[in-house]
Design a binder for this molecule. Structure first.
Ligand code: HEC
Length: 400
């Protein structure tokens, strides 16, 4: 695809994905908050079947929301549903995944430093991970384990970590992270489409026919809603994770992701408790400590702290320049030679000595400490070359 067209398609899709995602998660957070804050109405407004009411003020108006235990005596002519936010988020996300990771699988999905999987096989694994995750998750929720929510949550967490481990053994690290997020996002959207909305339709149908709604469907929908609620924060991190090479670029990146998921779930749990008027003292500080611990665990270490003038032999800039020209500049150049690239990625050109020196710290981070560059190692950079770059930068990055 034409690089310019692909960039604008990417822009439109990503923008849509963020907009619809904000709308979906926003309504989800709002209703969650609402449910926790409803209080029984005072005697003069008491109405049979009312579970609670809530007053709020927003954007220049007062609002009074009433929740019914099952359903009101009669349904109003207009009933608002919340589903298109979820479907549109999934659709825009999936098309974006195809555009970036599948149409350009050789650069973004596979990585010869990780596995020898062909781009085609990797795409099959990726799609399989999304579909398979939903099938396994759905079966577990409907099994007897579904009646023990805590045990189910434990099993789901272990399976999620196993998925992260498996994908990080097969895909480029960023693609592995993104597929874990896409698998959870698929489960969340399918929960809405296949379980939550049908249960609500059943409630409406039961009301119209004057019977009680099927309680098991209601219970499944409640379980799926609860899961979606806890999934949101980990998925939000994964959506922006490609900015953080310290996470996906780490040797134990799947474990780092598991740690970040725990931080997200704990934070969500704190908010859920707070919405019910319960203030937990240790969850948020615990999450903060865990974040600091993850930052320490992923800190660059060992193999070559600055060696100092007396340390490793000086590296000549001439060698560095050859390496950068061969391994980086096919993409990072004012005139990239790699097919499909119209301009230097993120505007980072590494053509001149000054440009290379100015980026030395980032070059160290992406090509030496983590191996996230060259992208997919398409230019086949060797470990010796990485070590040489590292020595040059750590001994001062001079242009001699
Ligand atoms: C196949 C093309 C390609 C090659 C080869 C390549 N890069 Fe990149 N690089 C990219 C793309 C694409 C991005 C933007 C990634 C994104 O969108 O986040 C990028 C981003 C970067 C960034 C910014 C990301 C950050 O975390 O700071 C740096 C720095 C970088 N590359 C350095 C290098 C170095 C150094 C090399 C050579 C050792 C290299 N790249 C080789 C394609 C390439």
């Amino acid at each position: 695809m034409d690089a310019h067209l692909s960039q604008w398609l990417n822009l439109a899709l990503r923008w849509s994905h963020v907009i619809t995602g904000v709308a979906w998660i926003g309504t989800s957070f709002y209703f969650n908050w609402l449910n926790g804050r409803l209080a029984p109405p005072p005697a003069e407004r008491a109405e049979p079947g009312v579970a609670g009411e809530l007053w709020s003020v927003h954007g220049g108006g007062f609002y009074r929301v009433v929740k019914y235990t099952v359903a009101p005596a009669a349904l109003p002519s207009t009933l608002h549903w919340f589903k298109w936010e979820a479907y549109a988020t999934w659709l825009s996300g999936f098309v974006l995944l195809v555009l970036i990771y599948y149409l350009d699988a050789a650069a973004y999905l596979v990585d010869t430093q990780v596995s020898t999987l062909s781009p085609r096989a990797a795409i099959a694994v990726g799609v399989g991970a999304l579909v398979g995750s939903w099938l396994v998750y759905d079966a577990l929720c409907r099994s007897r384990l579904g009646q023990a929510p805590l045990a189910l949550a434990g099993v789901l967490f272990v399976l999620g970590v196993a998925l992260a481990w498996g994908l990080t053994q097969l895909f480029a690290p960023r693609a592995a992270y993104l597929h874990v997020g896409a698998a959870i996002g698929t489960i969340m959207a399918a929960n809405v489409l296949m379980v939550i909305i049908p249960a609500q339709q059943e409630m409406v149908a039961a009301l119209a026919q004057g019977r009680l709604p099927d309680a098991t469907r209601g219970r499944q929908a409640a379980l799926r809603s609860l899961h979606n609620n806890y999934f949101t924060l980990p998925v939000l991190f994964i959506m922006v994770s490609s900015h953080y090479p310290a996470t996906y670029g780490h040797r134990l990146n799947w474990l780092i992701l598991a740690g970040l998921a725990v931080v997200g779930v704990a934070t969500r749990h704190w908010f859920n408790l707070r919405n019910q008027g319960r203030h937990n003292m240790w969850l948020l500080p615990g999450a903060a400590v865990a974040l600091v611990a993850l930052a320490l665990i992923t800190a660059p270490h060992g193999d070559g702290a600055p060696s100092g003038p007396a340390g490793k032999p000086a590296v000549s800039f001439a060698d560095v320049r050859v390496i950068v020209a061969r391994r980086c500049a096919p993409c990072h150049s004012a005139a990239p030679t790699v097919a499909g690239l119209a301009a230097a990625p993120l505007g980072i050109a590494l053509d001149t000595p000054e440009e290379i020196r100015a980026r030395a710290e980032r070059i160290l981070a992406v090509a030496v400490v983590t191996h996230t560059m060259p992208l997919g190692n398409v230019t086949a950079m060797t470990d010796q070359e990485r070590a040489l770059l590292g020595n040059w930068i750590r001994s001062g990055a001079t242009l001699r």
